[in-house]
Every structure is written in C-alpha cells, then in structure tokens.
Design a protein around this ligand. Structure first.
Ligand SMILES: Nc1ncnc2c1ncn2[C@@H]1O[C@H](COP(=O)(O)OP(=O)(O)OP(=O)(O)O)[C@@H](O)[C@H]1O
Length: 466
C-alpha cells in the first residue's frame, strides 16, 4: 500500500483562501464535489484525508455520496461547520459519526493542518493493525471491499506480537504440549484459543479449567470425573474436564496454582494418556492436546518445591512467552483505539477518539493488568467521558499525563547530562577516562561539566567506597 498523503477538499463553494494555504503544505490537495463519480476517483490504495466543507451546504444526492465515501477504510475525514450547522441532523450525523475531527469556521490554517495531520495519524495507525494471521486489517478491508471485524481475535503489530503470531501458527501444526507464560491479562487464554482454532482439532471442544479457582478437594473430580456412588453425594456419573475435551484441546489455566497432590495424577495422565474416573476401575484412552499457562515464576516454584519439575518438563515441550503490554510500544495505542471502536456504542454520546493527554498517559502508565486492564479503562472512559475525546482523567490516569511539553533543547540537555553522569560513574570520577569513553577531549568535558553545574568530584566517592 502506498502511503501518499493525499488530501481532498469537498466543497459546494468556491475554492477559498484556506485551500490555497493548505496547498502550500506537504500534502497534495484537490477540490471536488461529493458526487457518485467521486468514489471512483478515490484510489482505494491511497490514504486520503477528506476535508468536508459543510458551510456551503450539499444537496441530498451529495449527502448520500458523502456517507459512502466517508465509510471507506482508507478515508479519514475532517469536517468544517459554520455556527449552528450541527443542529441540522444530516450534517450532525455526517460530521459527528463520520469525521475524525470537526472544526468550526473560521478555522485557521494551523488548526486545519493539525486536524489533517491527526486524520493521517489515525489512518496510518489503522494501516498497521494486524490480525493473528499477520494480515493487515485495513489492507484486508480494502481488498475485500468490506470492513474487517477483529472481534475476538488478537491484535498486534509490534515485533514481539508478530513473533508471537508466528509461534502460534507454528505450534498449531503440531500436537505437542504448549506452555504459555506471561503476566496476568496479557492474552494467554486468547493465545491458547487461537492455537486450538488453527489446529486440526478446531472442530472438537476447547475446554478451559482454571486450576487456581477450584478448591483443591474438588479439583481431582473436576479434572477426571467420578463414577456413581464414588463418594457421598455422587448420585450419578460425572465426566471430568479432561474427558470432556476428547479430540480437542484442554487449557489448564493458572497451572502454577495446581495443588501438589493433583500434580501426580496429572503427570500420570500425561504419561499414559489414560484416565480412571474416581471410584471407577476402568482406564479410558483419551486423546487431548494440553496447553497450560501461568503468570507465576515456574523455576522459582520448582526451586521451592511447590511444583514438580517432571510435570513442568512434560507440559513445557513448546513454550510461548506473552509480552507485557508496556513492552508493546505503539500497540498500546492501537489496542486502545480498537477497544474504543468495539465498545463505543456503550455510550449514548459520540466518543470520537483520545485527547493528546490520554495518548501520553497510555504510553507512560506501566499497565500491571495488561490488555484486560486497558479494555476495562477504555470501557469505563467511554461511559464517563463528557467530551468527544477521552482524556487521561476519563481513563483515571490523570497522574500519568505529563501535560508539560519538553523542547528539543531541554531533551538534549537531559540526555547529555545522563550520558556524562554514566561515564563518570563508570570511571569513578576520572575525567580523563570519562572523556575517552565519551570520545571528547578532557578540556571539552570540563567545560560541559561547568556549564551544567556538575562536578567530577561528586563521582569520586564511589571509588573510595569500593
Ligand atoms: N492481542 C490482543 N488483542 C485483542 N484482545 C486481547 C489481546 N490480548 C488480550 N486480549 C483481551 O484481553 C483480555 C485478557 O486476555 P486473557 O484472558 O487471554 O489474558 P490471560 O493472560 O489469560 O489472563 P489471566 O492471566 O488473568 O488468566 C481478554 O478480553 C482478551 O480478549
């Protein structure tokens, strides 16, 4: 897909001064009327920002054409409205539901430029969204001529997620046990489900058992089932989860919390592929694929004797590590926007996007609850927000929105200070050695230190401390 930044101004009036001003910017500008032919003129492979100038009004044919045009996945729109125009339901619908940003006239060229840049950023972020098969969602939408629904599937475009998708596709082709590790809420269960869906077992059951949520004394019967009369209250035979998964996949969630006494029976089942219901005297052959997951540190659990090493080695033939959300870079924003699209209808009001302070907070917050927490915060914000754009406060992340801006000079100054400090610490305050590391002369280093009010002497104490 090309990434040409093409801007189209749709107006029923004369091309005015601001269009010429925009033409001087980096974008290519064209002016047109939103007629039926227009859709054909928009090359589906070019990301296009459409500036819709509502101020001169459009006839009803043009309104219908506009609606189709603005729904195209490669189009991001900015609306220009005059005072009172949003009271017209048709204009309000097109501007509020279909435009990424709406400006009141007169809008300055600077405001327009910002809005167009925002529309392109949104389009480009959409362009990088991938589903688990590595398909670019927007690209797929363009090719198929329809919007792709990613509901229920995994989203990610960062290097770690692309590697994860590759692993999922590979392990799905085999029948070996898979062990998924990762912090809570990173998508372990979703990953297990995706493996199942891509495996030859996809038409058979995918059965989940949360080993940490079932009381230890019930776990054995939940896993393996029981025969009638096995114990008081066992009025009829019960099939366990392992047997229920026959032919399919058994997902053992929170395997690290499996009570020690149940570990031996699970190990026996994995070795023999046979199970005996409690109170029964018959062994049944069971064909299931095992996927286990945990958020706990398994080597530590084995070291402390809480988990059997032999069971772990049986379960962990193939291993998948789920990256924490904070390590997924721009995927954080991608997921937030996706969840906003998914849950936007929870609110009566129209929520159009995230304010800059919310975006900053998304990147600063460490996300201990990972994707689950992100979904919850976005859903809450959709309901709580009183403005068209969700703020950091709506996400309850006001403390993480650094609203102060940093100039390039300040950022460079800070970076210089950090690098100099590191060099002095490493060389225990020796000016000559630090200067060699920094590949500058001793004289320059002395000058830089003086300019920053720093002293090499402050770093020498670490020499005597050793
Ligand atoms: N990459 C992703 N794309 C879209 N949704 C995701 C992604 N990863 C996780 N989710 C969603 O986040 C939520 C938590 O995911 P999931 O339950 O799979 O996490 P988990 O690691 O198994 O959590 P826990 O450790 O608490 O069991 C689910 O709603 C899931 O659909």
């Amino acid at each position: 897909m090309q990434t040409t930044r093409h801007t189209l101004v749709l107006t029923a009036g004369q091309s005015s001064g601001w269009v010429r001003d925009l033409g001087c910017q980096a974008w290519s500008i064209a002016t047109a009327l939103p007629t039926h032919e227009l859709r054909r003129t928009l090359d589906a492979n070019v990301l296009t920002c459409v500036v819709v100038d509502f101020t001169h009004g459009f006839n009803s044919d043009a309104h219908a054409a506009l609606e189709r045009l603005l729904a195209l996945p490669n189009v991001g729109a900015v609306g220009l409205v005059a005072a009172g125009q949003l009271e017209d339901p048709l204009v309000r619908h097109l501007a509020v539901d279909h435009c990424l940003d709406v400006l009141s006239t007169p809008a300055s060229p600077a405001q327009l430029t910002l809005s167009i840049a925002y529309a392109f950023d949104m389009l480009e972020s959409r362009m990088h969204e991938r589903d688990i098969d590595g398909n670019l969602l927007l690209r797929a939408g363009l090719k198929g001529g329809h919007q792709v629904h990613a509901e229920g599937s995994m989203i990610g475009s960062c290097e770690a997620m692309v590697a994860l998708f590759r692993s999922i596709r590979k392990v799905a082709r085999t029948d070996a046990p898979v062990f998924i590790s990762g912090e809570s809420g990173t998508g372990k269960e979703l990953t297990a489900h995706e493996i199942h869906e891509r495996s030859a077992r996809r038409d058979r059951p995918f059965v989940v058992i949360n080993c940490g949520a079932i009381p230890p004394h019930l776990l054995q019967s939940e896993l393996f089932g029981y025969e009638r009369g096995a114990f008081t209250g066992a009025n009829q035979r019960k099939i366990g989860r392992v047997e229920a998964a026959t032919g399919g996949t058994l997902f053992l969630d929170e395997i690290g919390d499996l009570p020690f006494e149940s570990q031996a029976s699970l190990l026996r089942f994995l070795q023999e592929k046979k199970l005996e219901r409690i109170g029964g005297n018959q062994l049944h052959d069971i064909d299931v694929r095992i996927i286990a997951a945990t958020h706990i540190d398994m080597p530590a659990a084995i070291e402390s004797g809480r988990f059997r090493a032999d069971l772990f080695h049986r379960l962990c033939v193939l291993r998948i590590d789920e990256p924490p959300l904070r390590a997924r870079g721009t995927d954080i924003e991608l997921l937030a926007r996706r969840m906003l699209d998914r849950y936007r209808s929870d609110s009566q009001r129209t929520v159009r996007g995230f304010a800059p302070d919310a975006i900053a907070a998304l990147y600063t917050y460490p996300w201990p609850g990972n994707v689950r927490e992100l979904i919850n915060r976005v859903r809450r914000a959709i309901v709580m927000s009183e403005r068209p754009f969700i703020t950091a406060d709506d996400l309850d992340l006001g403390d993480y929105a650094d609203r102060s801006t940093v100039s390039l000079a300040e950022a460079r100054e800070e970076a210089d200070r950090d690098v100099i400090q590191m060099a002095l610490l490493r060389n225990r305050g020796s000016l000559s050695k630090a200067a060699i590391d920094l590949r500058i002369s001793r004289v320059t280093l002395t000058r830089l230190l003086r300019a920053r009010g720093m002293s090499a002497a402050n770093f020498r104490s670490s020499r005597s401390a050793r």
